[in-house]
Design a protein around this ligand. Sequence first.
Ligand code: UD1
Length: 423
Amino acid sequence: MGEYIITGNKKLKGTVTVNGSKNAVLPILAATVLNGSVNILENCPEISDTKTSIDILKHIGCDIETENKTIIVNSSNVKCAEIPSELVKKMRSSIIFMGPLLTRFKKAVLSHPGGCELGKRPIDLHLSAFRKMGAEITEENDIITCTCDKLSGCDITLDFPSVGATQNIILAAVLAEGTTVISNCAKEPEITDLCRYLTKIGAKIEGGGTSEIKISGVEKLKPARHTILPDRIEAGTYMIMAAATGGKVLIKNVFPHHLSVLSDILSKMGCKIKTTPSTILIKAPSKLNNIPFIQTLPYPGVPTDLQPQLTALSAVSKGMCSFEETIFESRTAHINELLKMGADISLKNECEFTVKGVPCLYGAEVSAKDLRGGAALITAALRAEGVTHVKNSCHIERGYENIVENLSGLGVNITLKNSSDVV
Ligand code: UD1
C-alpha cells in the first residue's frame, strides 16, 4: 500500500487546473456500449476508476485507444454481457453497466457490488426500475442476472433521487420501446453531462438536470465526440485545502456555479472568492470561523463528497460546527483518523457529529478508509504541525489525478511512497 508523506503548515499558493469529472466519465464510459460505434471522449481523468472502467469495456469486447486524456471506445464488437466479480468489486459504480448491457443485449450478468465503506449502499432502486421496464432479475450466489425479451418505457418515481439509479434508468431507457419518465430523479451536473453525451449519440432526452427526465426510446444510435465536464468535487477539494491553510489559489477549468453552495460556506467562514466563467480564485485568512451547521443534501445542496474535507476544515477553524450527513448512512470513517491528529470531534451517531475547532493539529500516521475521507486526511495534514503519513493511497488514487504534482505546485512538501518502498 502506498502512502503520502506530507509536511504541514504551509499556505497553499499558486494555480491548479481541474481534471475531467470522475462521476461524469464513469457512466459515460458505460454508455459507450449503447451505440455499437465509435465514441471519442475528451478530458477524461487519468485515475484508477477510469482504468477499471476501461478494463470492463475491454472484457466485454470493446476496442479502446487512449491518448493523453482522450479515450476512443469502439463498441461495435461487444460480445459479452457478463462482468466478472473481480472488476465489479474494484469499483461499486460498475453497476452502471447494467442498464446499457440490458437494453442493447437483453442480458446483463454482474456480481453484486455489495455494501462498502459508506454503508449498505443497496441497488434496489436500480433493480425495481428494470423490473418495471420488463426485465427478469435473479440473484444467486452474489450474481445478479437480468434478462428481458424487450425493455418497455414506463413511469418511474424514485423514493430517493439516487444518482446511480437515475443514470442506470436513463441508460436502459435510451433503446427501450416507448417513453420513460423518471420523477424525483437526481439533478447532479454529472447527470446533465450524461444526457448531453447521450443526445449527441442520438438519444431523445428532455429534462436532464431537473427532477423529471423524459426519455423517448430510439432504435438506432450514432457515433459521437464528447468532452467530459470538469470535476466539481476535485475543484471543491482544492478550495477547501486552500481555505484550511490560509492560502491563495487560482482554480482553473471549473464551472463555479456547480460549487455555489461551497463558495457560500467558505465565504461565510471568512474566505474571499472571485469567479470568472471558468475559474475560481480563493483567498483565505490564516484562521477561519466555523459556521454552526452543515448538512449534506442532493444537488444543489452541500455534496456528500465534500463532507469529509469540510470536517477537516472545521477541525482547524475557530468555534463549533455540527454536521449532518443525509445521503449515506455511514460516512464517518475519517473522524477516527482526524482524532489521531488532535481533532476535537464528538460523534452523536453514524450521521451526526460536532466538530470543535482546535488551535492546531499534529502530524500522525493515519489511514485513508475511502476516497473522500482520504482527501480529508490530506487536508488536515496540510494544516498540521509536523509530518503526516496518510496510508492506503490507493483510495485517493481512485479519484484524484496527479494530487502530488498539484500540491507540490502549490508549494506543499508531499511525496508518494509506494508499497514496495514502505517498511
Ligand atoms: C454517486 C457518486 C458518489 C456520490 C453519490 C452522491 C458516482 C460513481 N458516485 O454514488 O460519488 O457520493 O452519488 O452524490 O457517480 N440508494 C438506495 N437504493 C438504491 C440506490 C441508492 O437506497 O438503489 C441510497 C444509497 O444507499 C444512498 C443514497 O441512496 O443512501 C444515495 O446514493 P446514490 O445517489 O445512488 O449514490 P451513488 O450513485 O452510489
